[in-house]
Design a protein around this ligand. Structure first.
Ligand SMILES: [Zn+2]
Ligand SMILES: [Zn+2]
Length: 98
């Protein structure tokens, strides 16, 4: 499990992801796709796990991305109650905050 977490964490630290995240934020003009607030997290609709972390069709595909503000992102993960999540610096954080 720990190894899997590391693979996912490595992905979030990868130059490919950082580049894609930046491009996607620009593409969405930094607006949250759900409430038009300030976009902060580039969320994966299909959550990244150790099973798909090497599949760029999922990890780097705009079709699988969604730009969300902090509020909508927390709400998403609170409702789902699963999945890995990492902050902007690639630090693992709990899916549920607050
Ligand atoms: Zn929002
Ligand atoms: Zn997310």
């Amino acid at each position: 499990m720990q190894r899997n977490n590391k693979e996912v964490a490595d992905f979030y630290n990868s130059p490919a992801w950082k580049k894609t995240r930046k491009a996607y934020k620009l593409y969405r003009m930094n607006l949250c796709e759900r409430c038009n607030g300030i976009g902060y997290y580039v969320h994966h609709k299909k959550y990244i796990t150790a099973n798909n972390v090497h599949d760029s069709n999922i990890t780097l595909n705009f079709e699988n991305l969604e730009l969300l503000c902090k509020y909508c992102h927390n709400k998403e993960h609170f409702e789902q109650e699963l999945g890995y999540e990492f902050d902007e610096d690639g630090q693992l954080r709990p899916p549920i905050e607050g």
